[in-house]
Design a protein around this ligand. Structure first.
Ligand code: GLU
Length: 451
């Protein structure tokens, strides 16, 4: 553990021992502890009362069985998780992820990251995350509904607008949230709009929530580019993924004058040197729920689909890279290729998409690098705005909501930037985000005593 302060090394050793076989969680804790050396050197009181040890231990971890019946009448079993990580700043808040790769370690890493991300937004929300190893691929609407209802039959007892407020993540969008909220309402006999965010506009959702993560990352990356006297205008941009985060990143980058030439899904990536046709991409992904290769098939000449076993999207030369698919999707090797091809900025739309080696490569090359826990915080920040609207039984315009989002992203950027400077590492957004997020959570915990 060469980069970790001596006093913090036993904490990581204990986290690794206690959470055996959870590499993503170890990775997330490792990265935060690496940044905290400078904090405890300046403010040794954060070492007292096992404060850091407590921050690394979730307050509650729930694992449950989800039985459901498929369209053929066969009973299927999935595993459900909700990790209520930290409630020092407010009710647990964080999305649900449905993907076959989901396990406890992944949900724990996401819940840990969420705690600091939510703190950075400046909103009164704690950190949590949940999900299931359920695979949506090939499932009918009716199957997805029965699955969501079964999940909620168990999970409803742990939720509440003052307790724990889930939302979406990979595999969980408006459709799934509708089914889960509906079942919660039925079971509890309460119209508790603020218990879920990412809801449909027809029943208490917020305008701009769908767009918020991608828009927010674009605002953050734009602010970062401005520190070097430039912006998105005329830049070539690559955005991995093709889900909600990627689509609305592409939309905002285009509106800022950037040219997005590639995006991807797990089967491969598409390259359109003329700039992606967003209307077509939205139709393929949102309405038809098809693969990105369909885009190349429809467009024909000049547009390429490169299958996942033939190369990665990071081979495409670009000025700005915005990884918006999933954790550890961008390796050290990919980072070296991007640097060689002249990338100037990386804004993470996904949670922890760059491996630790990739982050090191970017930072050593002097590339502007925005970690997901800061750059993608616009999604959850707008969830907190949705909670505000629900609490006041109000509904804001798109412009009003987006204006709040833009201000929040500017504040997060400036906080990370200033914190990095204050701690002697100007331009290091990883350090700035980790320290600023940590200090907010740690201060609240310190005042509340040993709980
Ligand atoms: N899943 C999103 C995230 O990673 C949003 C969570 C939320 O809105 O609660 O931040």
């Amino acid at each position: 553990m060469p980069n970790i302060d001596e006093k913090l090394q036993p904490i990581l050793a204990e986290v690794t021992r206690r959470n055996a076989g959870e590499p993503e969680f170890h990775q997330a804790v490792h990265e935060v502890l690496e940044s905290l050396g400078r904090v405890v050197a300046k403010h040794p009181h954060y070492l007292d009362l096992a404060l850091i040890e407590r921050i690394c231990e979730p307050e509650r971890q729930i694992i449950f069985r989800i039985p459901w019946t498929d369209d053929k009448g066969q009973v299927q079993i999935n595993r459900g998780f909700r990790v209520q990580f930290n409630s020092a700043l407010g009710p647990y808040k964080g999305g649900m992820r449905f993907h076959p790769s989901v396990n406890l370690g992944i949900i724990k890493f996401l819940g840990f990251e969420q705690t600091f991300k939510n703190a950075l937004t400046g909103m009164p929300i704690g950190g949590g995350k949940g999900g299931s190893d359920f695979d949506l691929k090939g499932r009918s609407d009716a199957e997805i509904m029965r699955f969501c209802q079964s999940l909620m039959t168990e999970m409803h007892r742990y939720l509440g607008e003052q307790t724990d407020v889930p939302a979406g993540d990979i595999g969980v969008g408006g459709r799934e949230i509708g089914y889960m909220f509906g079942q919660y309402k039925r079971l509890t006999n309460r119209y508790e709009a603020g218990v879920f965010t990412g809801k449909g506009l027809a029943y208490g959702g917020s305008r701009a929530r769908t767009e918020a993560t991608g828009y927010g990352n674009t605002y953050f990356t734009q602010a970062m580019l401005q520190t070097r006297g430039t912006d998105f205008d005329g830049k070539t941009v690559v955005v991995s993924g093709s889900g909600n985060v990627a689509i609305y990143t592409i939309e905002k980058v285009q509106s800022f004058g950037g040219k997005v030439i590639a995006c991807s899904d797990s089967s491969g990536y598409i390259l359109d040197e003329n700039g992606l046709d967003l209307a077509l991409l939205k139709e393929i992904k949102d309405q038809r729920r098809e693969r990105v290769s369909e885009y190349a098939r429809i467009k024909g000449e000049g547009v390429h689909f490169i299958a996942a076993d033939k190369g990665t999207i990071w081979d495409v030369p670009c000025d700005v890279a915005m990884p918006s698919a999933t954790q550890n999707e961008l390796s050290g090797k990919d980072a070296r290729i991007l640097v060689k091809n002249g990338v100037i900025a990386v804004g993470e739309g996904a949670n922890m998409p760059s491996t630790p080696e990739a982050v090191k490569v970017f930072q050593e090359a002097g590339i502007l690098f925005a970690p997901g826990k800061a750059a993608n915080a616009g999604g959850v920040a707008t969830s907190a705005l949705e909670m505000q609207q629900n609490a006041s039984r109000d509904s804001w315009t798109f412009e009003q909501t987006e204006a709040r989002l833009a201000t929040i992203m500017r504040n997060i950027h400036d906080t990370c930037h200033q914190t990095a400077e204050e701690y002697g590492a100007p331009g290091d957004y990883v350090l700035g985000a980790n320290i600023a997020g940590f200090v907010r959570v740690a201060e609240a915990m310190r005042m509340m005593g040993v709980i």
